[in-house]
Structures are given as structure tokens and as C-alpha cells.
Design a protein around this ligand. Structure first.
Ligand SMILES: [Zn+2]
Length: 217
């Protein structure tokens, strides 16, 4: 899905939608390609056939950003590393689970770091809550947020019950995201949202906060 056909600001961004429980893969650029997440990597979500359909081969793939180390987002990296050797960006809190497999390709990124891409610089925003090392990626000029499994359209937010999840951290992360100027919201699963992202994030924050307060009573 060529997102540039739907919104001028997304020229050069393709969405490979996850099939079943697999995450979405966002493909940025043509020659120095950046992927955001890699899907689960099972047969219907095999990475290379889907990239090749976009005219992208191993020599074109420069970097991969993993929003968090759950297998439905990171599984495809192993197929990628069989044929290509991109940098793989990950927050240290989540990198610990798979650092051994990534070897020298791993680049640890922290809050405030910037990943350069063909369409825009992406600022790393550390958003723990779904996992301890979850990140979102923010392109300020485009008012664009890649939100992983932290926040989704319609006020949905990621599950916090997992191994390194925390509702309190989720509330704090969502509060931080409400401070950003977001129009386009591209989440780790589901459909893209082209307008009004900030309202959807605010709704998620309110719902998470209400839940947090109800559990503390
Ligand atoms: Zn997840």
C-alpha cells in the first residue's frame, strides 16, 4: 500500500500490512531503505517476497528500526539478516532479549536520538508501558508518529500486562505523546490514520488514566 497516494506527506512510504497477528511493516525510501518493524516472519508474512514486490532487494536495505522486541514485530529480522546486513535500531531495554542474534548490526537507541531516513529525520521517543524498551518514532515536520504497539487509532493503547509492561508507565508515555503535534498516526497493527492523530492519542491517554485510577482505588 503506497501511502503517498493517500497523503502527500507520506510520499516514499509503503505499508506492508501484517497478515493475522503479524505487525505492520513500514517501508521508507527506495535506495537507502528504512524498515519500521519486520512482522512475525512466518510464511504469509515472509519479508523478502513482500519487499521484492516493491522493487527492494537486499542491497537497498540500509536500516531497520524495531519499535519493541515482541516476536510479531521482530520475527522477520532473522530472514532479513540471512540476505542483508542493515543496522538494526532498538532500545537497550528491549535489545537485551535479542542482542545475541543481532551481533554487530545492533545499534542501541535512546530517547531523543534521531534516525535519519530518506523522507525525514525520525526522533526516538521512549514509550515504556507495553514493553520496557518500547519506542515511537516522530517526524515533527510531517506531524507523523510511528507508534508501534503503544497507541492505536480510536483511543486504543497497547496491552500492559506483558512481562515488562506497566500501566503506570503506559499512562506516562501516553501523556508525553499527547504533547506532540501529531496528525498522521501509523501504528504497529491495523490501518493508517491520516488526520487528527493527536485527538486519538488524547483519548487513549484519558482511557488509560481512568483505568489506572480505578485500579488504585
Ligand atoms: Zn507488542
Amino acid at each position: 500500500m503506497d501511502l503517498g497516494l493517500y497523503d502527500e506527506r507520506l510520499r516514499g512510504v509503503h505499508l506492508i500490512q501484517g497478515i493475522g497477528l503479524s505487525s505492520n511493516i513500514y517501508v521508507i525510501g527506495r535506495r537507502m531503505v528504512t524498515l519500521i518493524d519486520t512482522g512475525v516472519g512466518n510464511r504469509p508474512n515472509a519479508v523478502w517476497p513482500r519487499l521484492r514486490a516493491l522493487g527492494i532487494g537486499p542491497e537497498d536495505l540500509a536500516q531497520v528500526v524495531i519499535t519493541h522486541a515482541h516476536h510479531d514485530h521482530v520475527g522477520g529480522i532473522f530472514q532479513i539478516l540471512e540476505l542483508a546486513s542493515p543496522k538494526v535500531f532498538l532500545h537497550p531495554m528491549d535489545a537485551r532479549y535479542i542482542a545475541g542474534y543481532l551481533g554487530p548490526n545492533l545499534v542501541r537507541v535512546e530517547d531523543g536520538d534521531v534516525v535519519e531516513t530518506e523522507i525525514a529525520p525520525l526522533e526516538v521517543i521512549h514509550t515504556p508501558g507495553h514493553t520496557a524498551g518500547g519506542i515511537c518514532l516522530y517526524a515533527k515536520e510531517k506531524r507523523l508518529l510511528f507508534s508501534g504497539d503503544t497507541v492505536f487509532p480510536e483511543g486504543l493503547y497497547g496491552a500492559y500486562q506483558g512481562e515488562s509492561g506497566s500501566l503506570e508507565e503506559m499512562v506516562n508515555s501516553l501523556r508525553r505523546l499527547t504533547e506532540l503535534d501529531v496528525d498522521i498516526l501509523l501504528a504497529g497493527h491495523g490501518e493508517p490514520l491520516f488526520h487528527g492523530g493527536r485527538d486519538h492519542i488524547r483519548l487513549a491517554y484519558k482511557k488509560a488514566l481512568r483505568r489506572y485510577e480505578s485500579l488504585r482505588r
